[in-house]
Design a protein around this ligand. Sequence first.
Ligand code: IPD
Ligand code: CA
Ligand code: CA
Length: 270
Amino acid sequence: MKPEEYVEQAISIAIEAGEAIKGIYLEGSFDKEVKSDNTPVTSADIAAHEIISSQLSSLTPEIPVLSEEDADIPFSERADWQRYWLVDPLDGTGEFIAGSGDFSVIIALVEHNRPIMGIVYVPMTGVVYYAVAGLGAYKRSSKGEVRIASKQLTKDDEPCLRLAVSRRQDPQSVLKLFNHPKHCELVVLGGAALKSCLVAEGRADCYVRIGPTGEWDTGAAQIIIEEAGGQVMDLELQPLSYNERESLENPNFIVVGSTHLPWDELLTGE
Ligand code: IPD
Ligand code: CA
Ligand code: CA
């Protein structure tokens, strides 16, 4: 089946999981633990994981699901997967716990190690970002649906980069990578997927993530940004890879809206 034949059902699954998260968030009572990788997990992460994995498995029993909350699948088993669902049931657990509202549900479909469909649902605004390879990237909200495009800055534009940064990282760790940090304006937002979508819709020019993330953090964002006209790359400006290694950890990465800027020159700081 073509990915576009699954997209509406996968969006409905993301929304159902997101509404469950929102219910728990608004109620304000949830269990919280620290995982072995030292990141937090709550009963909302687990509730969303259970909804998404059971529903994707009924929708496409032949396609395996790799979710952050059930990712302990040896590479020897995953290596032969032609297609799989790559899921972060709740991206931005730190924000969920802190109460900022900056969290989302991420579902991607990966084929031959490349994301071909991606969905990011934002429960607190009801916005869905989605893309299918070759068919564009879209933002759906109560106002309707629009095709989104990243901002194609060129060298001739004013030297001002709108840089999306985490609420919970020192912006200096990112600014010091840039040649001309004084030309960077910071856009502060929680969650890896939300910042990538901000770049995809042209409201930021760049998002740099220093520190550990998983393949589930970038899979959907990658196809959304590519279909919007941008790219996700490691700091050597090479594309990220999916399901090609035992480890599911991403390298440090950069999400760029414009493919017309000399990112190698801009990024020669420390
Ligand atoms: C988070 C980070 C973190 C990842 C989380 C993200 P934030 O973004 O990228 O490494 O594991 O899932 O939400 O909140 O620091 O901007
Ligand atoms: Ca995440
Ligand atoms: Ca998560």
